[in-house]
Design a protein around this ligand. Structure first.
Ligand SMILES: [Zn+2]
Length: 263
């Protein structure tokens, strides 16, 4: 006999029509965790990604148990977009634990301006993002160095934020005119992360508008072959930077000549 039986329906016992005994499970509590993972995923997704989810529903879901928390968090934090301003974002603060939300982030998009962010870039790239890649689920990091770069406030004309001759490249035989911040520890930490991030796909973009000549040596050339010189001729709002080229050139950059002070 096959798995589902092969007897003709004519030979099956006729229902007595008197009593019907309900299966035992019918009165038992519904066990959500007995559902197949793909069904749980679908249900959790409906709760979290509903057009107007109730705050209480999300909270209850996250507080159910560790397993449901992990399944919900991997959906809820799958894509995260952060605009960094004067301080580091709460999601990126604190040590990484079993219930840290950021360990579930798979795709992270960070937008910041250098001037506003220098105070925490060292921490961010030295520890936080590396941990998210090594111990968490971070797979793709998109970094956008936003508008206001450069502007007079950022570049300034003082010792800290002016231009200078910088020794760069392997062996540091090449000298380029570059903003002085490229020699500072927080920027070098950023470059180090870009160079060492092996398990994460990192994409780096700068604002296409008025990005000055400094980024030009690292971004793609226009299809016309026309030189950019700080004023991008294309329609892109953001220019992709060749990460390997930036790392190769700027890692370990040092000041070549003392900065001239204006009298
Ligand atoms: Zn350019």
């Amino acid at each position: 006999m096959g798995k589902f039986g092969s007897r003709s329906i004519a030979f099956r016992p006729k229902p007595t029509g008197t009593t019907h005994v309900a299966p035992k499970w019918r009165n038992a509590p519904f066990r959500f965790l007995d559902l197949p993972p793909e069904l749980r995923h679908h249900i959790i997704e409906m709760v979290l990604l509903d057009a107007a989810p109730l705050h209480e529903d999300i909270l209850h879901l996250f507080l159910t148990c560790q397993q449901i928390y992990a399944e919900a968090a991997s959906l809820f934090y799958h894509h995260v977009c952060i605009q960094l301003r004067d301080d580091i974002h709460p999601l990126l603060i604190g040590s990484l634990t079993r219930v840290s939300a950021r360990q579930h982030v798979q795709n992270l998009r960070i937008r910041f301006t250098m001037k506003e962010s220098e105070c925490f870039l060292d921490r961010l790239y030295g520890t936080t993002l590396s941990e998210m890649a090594e111990k968490g689920r971070l797979q793709h990091l998109r970094i956008e160095i936003g508008s206001c770069f450069p502007n007079d406030e950022f570049w300034g004309w003082d010792e800290s934020y002016g231009y200078g001759d910088i020794r760069v490249g392997p062996g540091k035989g090449q000298v380029i005119l570059a903003p002085l911040f490229v020699t500072k520890p927080w920027f070098q930490s950023f470059v180090g992360f870009l160079g060492d991030a092996k398990t994460v796909k990192v994409s780096l973009y700068v604002d296409a508008e008025d990005h000055d000549g400094f980024w030009c040596m690292f971004h793609r050339t226009h299809s016309s072959g026309e030189k950019c010189d700080g004023w991008w001729k294309g329609k892109s709002q953001a220019l992709k930077i060749h990460r390997s080229s930036l790392v190769k050139t700027l890692r370990g950059a040092v000041l070549a000549t003392p900065v001239q002070k204006e009298c």
